[in-house]
Write a protein that binds this ligand. Structure first.
Ligand code: 6GU
Length: 252
């Protein structure tokens, strides 16, 4: 079972992930365990403060190394006594490497993750020097704290755990699994206003349907995320399908 220990000033925020939906069900099935550690409980001073003004001046506050360090050590200690040989510690920060599907798969294969969610302007750099910590970001924009980023990471990792998804939620057809964006989807009724459903999806011909879906995936990826397509490359068959997609869309 994957162990998630999260160091956060707002443990309650994580109830959204741990109690609801696919990720809530996965926890109840025992696919992962979640524990939150509040650095305030490790603050040494009487006021239980966990932040202070930045050396050198400037706006905002910086999270102090000591309470965070204690919390991380308790978290890794707990994981060790629960059979985790080596916990990976991740600090969620806009300065980190971008989280992507490959990293999600890598993390889903570990047995212990300690997630550090910062608040304020950042954390004392010496914490990152004291511990082996991987810095990860979820995108090029700023959040008010690392909690939402940690929850994004948790959700994306948990859905990869064997048994997390039901048959009708298969992860193998998701976007990014084959390096492409997902194809368009349709369900009943067959008319929405004057909009119908592509005839091929009603044909019952599974080979044609699979071919159409791959063509749509290739076309959408070219239009919306050409960077993904150049990174991935295309087979001769796929190049043919993409040329067809461009022909199809020209006529509209
Ligand atoms: Cl990981 N943390 C914060 N505070 N903001 C972010 C982020 C993380 N990733 C993108 N923006």
């Amino acid at each position: 079972m994957l162990q998630f220990d999260v160091v956060t000033l707002f443990p309650k925020m994580f109830e959204a992930v741990t109690n609801l939906g696919i990720t809530g069900r996965a926890r109840k099935l025992g696919l992962y365990q979640f524990i939150a550690w509040n650095p305030r409980d490790f603050a040494g001073n009487a006021h239980r403060s966990v932040d202070d003004r930045p050396y050198g001046g400037g706006p905002g506050m910086v999270m102090m190394a000591e309470p965070l360090s204690c919390a991380v050590e308790f978290a890794t200690g707990r994981q060790r006594s629960n059979g985790v040989q080596r916990s990976k510690v991740v600090y969620l920060t806009p300065q980190g490497r971008l989280l992507d599907h490959a990293k999600v798969i890598e993390l889903s294969q570990l047995s212990g993750l300690v997630l550090l969610a910062g608040r304020y302007e950042g954390i004392d750099e010496r914490l990152l020097q004291q511990h082996e910590i991987e810095e990860l970001s979820i995108g090029d924009y700023v959040l008010s704290g690392g909690e939402l980023a940690a929850m994004v990471l948790m959700d994306s990792v948990i859905r990869q755990l064997p048994g997390a998804l039901g048959d009708h939620e298969s992860a193998t057809q998701d976007s990014f699994v084959n390096g492409l964006l997902d194809c368009p989807h349709y369900t009943r009724p067959d008319k929405v206003g004057d909009l119908g459903v592509p005839a091929v999806l009603m044909s019952g011909n599974h080979a044609h349907i699979a071919r159409w879906r791959l063509k749509q995936s290739l076309g959408r990826t070219l239009q919306r995320r050409p960077d993904l397509l150049s990174k991935r490359g295309m087979s001769a068959e796929e190049q043919l399908l993409l040329a067809e997609f461009q022909d199809d869309t020209k006529q509209v």
